[in-house]
Design a protein around this ligand. Structure first.
Ligand SMILES: Cc1cc2nc3c(=O)[nH]c(=O)nc-3n(C[C@H](O)[C@H](O)[C@H](O)COP(=O)(O)OP(=O)(O)OC[C@H]3O[C@@H](n4cnc5c(N)ncnc54)[C@H](O)[C@@H]3O)c2cc1C
Length: 620
């Protein structure tokens, strides 16, 4: 049995066989790496996930965070795990050595993060946000700010947050009221309340560094007038030691459905008129700067869907192989037939297949997105950099929303596979579902992500990013059509991709000349269609690679008949793996891609019932 969290064979398949990340070693930035190095890192990450983080999952959920006498306490078991995690250098693993990192490719770090998140996502939020806050200071901070804060964040000695949300400013960040008043020494007096702040207060580290969005007195309303400030919980003396309390008072923590080990705090800045913040970057550029952290966090949140979906799937398969219940369908009339493991029932097999193809497709989608970051870093020309950056921009809202929507369904399907036990705390799948739900909401709800996709991302660079993606998919279709085993499925992908890109054009037209409310109304539906097409693309691309390898194994082992091939799969793990990857592509094409055109047509029909119905008619 594997680690019950992530299929590490599939991780390696995506990284080395599908994305071929070894090509990165030819570049200056990654020239010192070998495949063996990266496999060793992945192996260490698996150990960290299984031995250190996973044991905190259940206890962290049960104990949760506590707010006592104005202080926040994380689950007790988090302390040792956090120390081990930080000492191993995981926070900065993908950063340059100059800031304490190992400079590993982002694609590999995403694979590491998948393992960690599958082990306990709530725990991972502390180092995750810390990494994001450090990155902001790395890119926009002064040398003094870097020396004061950044290194201690990357090492995990101190922790970080991101402070946007306020009671009246959730999705509409521009409505924020937190203010910044100039002080004679160039610093600012910060006053305001931020709510729902993940890792906002806790006892894991002696100091917490808050990047806070606020408006300097006199600056214009809306997002244009927002600046960003570094606000430490404790002020930092010139020699780096901790100074006095900076008047960041914790009002309380939320009692949540899931991620109970992650403290979600209300923070009152300057309740006593004594909270000092330092400007980060330039005045009124707060939104642009914070977007760096938000985009990183959006990908991290998207990964939450993959992480928990993966763990839920691995558990469901293991359970289905063990749970004995009911007779096999072909023995239903035999009174003497023995009961079988539920994996023998067609409906359970279909559910497992649905989960499997989504988990594998999402893994390819997420790692590809990280690979775009790697490619951006090593691009030799501005055009090449633009191309990869364009993919990253286009894919970010899709990774955030599509992966978390599907991740939730995967967790829910895992509960169905378990039956009644799945709903009970004895097994972890109910926690996966509870921990996963929030991923659709924070970091900009999935509804807001869909608006970002149709309202901004499709039109970016005059549509060049979408065109490049369409070209990539077309190349894949052309290749797959030439593979006898996959031609039929490539044709299904072609019809789905054509329908999706026609709909994109239709959105562009009605956006300019006609009914712009159609793209807005159906943005979520469109994002799902785009995600489905991308998953179909990645699965068929993976199946082409897998098919080549599988045919070579058949040839080598002289397996020619269907019987010989099946027998081989039962004893040869590699043959079984590749065969499973091909099965995923076929199933996804038939089950999901065949419905894409009809869904596109339904959108183009222009029905606007939800807009036409009166508020009063929604319910009696
Ligand atoms: C556990 C947890 C952790 C969090 N961590 C952080 C954190 O670390 N830092 C931080 O700053 N925030 C954090 N948040 C806040 C989170 O990002 C917000 O909850 C989220 O952005 C939605 O804002 P809201 O809750 O005010 O909902 P609202 O903005 O009130 O939205 C309610 C609904 O209306 C929809 N909606 C709103 N406006 C529009 C529109 N213009 N068009 C279409 N639909 C719209 C939304 O999609 C949503 O479905 C966290 C929240 C939770 C619950």
């Amino acid at each position: 049995m594997g680690n019950l969290l992530v299929n590490t064979r599939d991780q390696q398949f995506v990284l080395f066989e599908q994305l071929k990340i070894e090509d990165l070693f030819k570049t200056e930035r990654f020239k010192d790496f070998t495949k063996e190095d990266l496999l060793m890192i992945l192996n260490e990450a698996e150990k960290m996930a299984v031995e250190v983080i996973a044991p905190t999952l259940k206890e962290g959920d049960k104990q949760g965070c506590r707010f006592e006498n104005g202080k926040v306490y994380v689950p007790d078991c988090y302390h040792a795990a956090y120390k081990t995690y930080c000492e191993a250098g995981w926070i900065a693993a993908a950063e340059d050595p100059e800031v304490g990192g190992q400079g590993i490719p982002a694609s590999v770090q995403f694979a590491n993060m998948e393992l960690f998140g599958a082990a306990n996502y709530a725990f991972c939020m502390y180092p995750g946000l810390t990494h994001g806050a450090a990155g902001l200071i790395k890119n926009y901070g002064t040398e003094e700010q870097k020396n004061k804060y950044m290194y201690k964040l990357y090492s995990g000695e101190w922790a970080g947050t991101m402070c946007l949300t306020e009671p009246g400013a959730g999705s509409d960040v521009g409505a924020l009221k937190t203010s910044a008043k100039r002080l004679p020494d160039g610093k600012f007096l910060i006053t305001g309340t931020k709510i729902f702040i993940s890792s906002g207060d806790h006892n894991l580290t002696p100091n917490i560094i808050h990047p806070v969005l606020a408006r300097i007195e006199g600056d214009p309303p809306g997002t244009k007038g927002i600046s960003i400030f570094i606000v430490p919980k404790y002020r930092v003396n010139d020699d780096g030691s901790l100074g006095e309390f900076n008047d960041v008072v914790t009002g309380g923590i939320e009692h949540k459905m899931g991620i109970k080990g992650s403290a979600t705090a209300t923070l009152n800045f300057g309740e006593n008129g004594n909270c000092i913040g330092e400007l980060l970057g330039k005045e009124r550029e707060g939104m642009r700067i914070m977007f760096q952290m938000m985009n990183e966090a959006r990908l991290g949140t998207g990964m939450q869907g993959l992480d928990l979906g993966s763990a839920a799937f691995e558990h469901a398969v293991a359970y289905a192989k063990e749970r004995i219940q009911g007779k096999a369908i072909w023995e239903m009339n035999n009174p003497d037939a023995k009961s079988v493991a539920i994996i023998n029932h067609p409906d359970i097999r279909r559910k497992l297949m649905w989960m499997k193809c989504h988990v594998e497709g999402l893994r390819s989608l997420c790692y590809f997105t990280a690979y775009c970051i790697d490619r951006m870093h090593v691009a030799e020309t501005p055009e090449e950099k633009e191309k990869w950056e364009g993919f990253l921009n286009l894919l970010t809202p899709i990774v955030k929303a599509y992966t978390t929507d599907k991740g939730l369904l995967i967790c829910s399907t895992a509960i169905d596979v378990y039956g009644g036990y799945g709903y009970c705390q004895e097994y972890p799948v109910e926690q996966y579902l509870r921990d996963e739900k929030i991923a659709q909401i924070y970091e900009g709800t999935n509804g807001i992500q869909a608006l970002d996709l149709v309202g901004r991302k499709l039109a970016q660079r005059k549509g060049a990013n979408v065109m490049n993606m369409a070209m990539l998919i077309q190349q894949n279709i052309a290749r797959a059509k030439g593979v006898p085993e996959l031609g039929k499925y490539a044709a299904i992908l072609e019809e789905a991709a054509n329908a999706c890109f026609d709909l994109t054009m239709y959105f562009a037209q009605v956006g300019k000349s006609g009914d712009f409310l159609i793209p807005i109304l159906y943005a979520c539906k469109f994002l799902e269609i785009f995600g489905d097409v991308l998953l179909g693309h990645f699965l068929i691309d993976g199946a082409c690679v897998a098919n080549e390898k599988l045919q070579a194994i058949y040839e080598e082992k002289k397996a020619y008949s269907i019987g010989q091939k099946k027998a081989l799969e039962r004893e040869d793990k590699e043959a079984a793996f590749y065969s499973g990857r091909i099965a995923s592509a076929k199933f996804f094409a038939n089950e999901i891609l065949t419905t894409v055109k009809a869904r596109c047509d339904a959108i183009k029909a222009g029905e606007k019932v939800p807009l036409e119905i009166t508020d009063e008619a929604f319910t009696y």
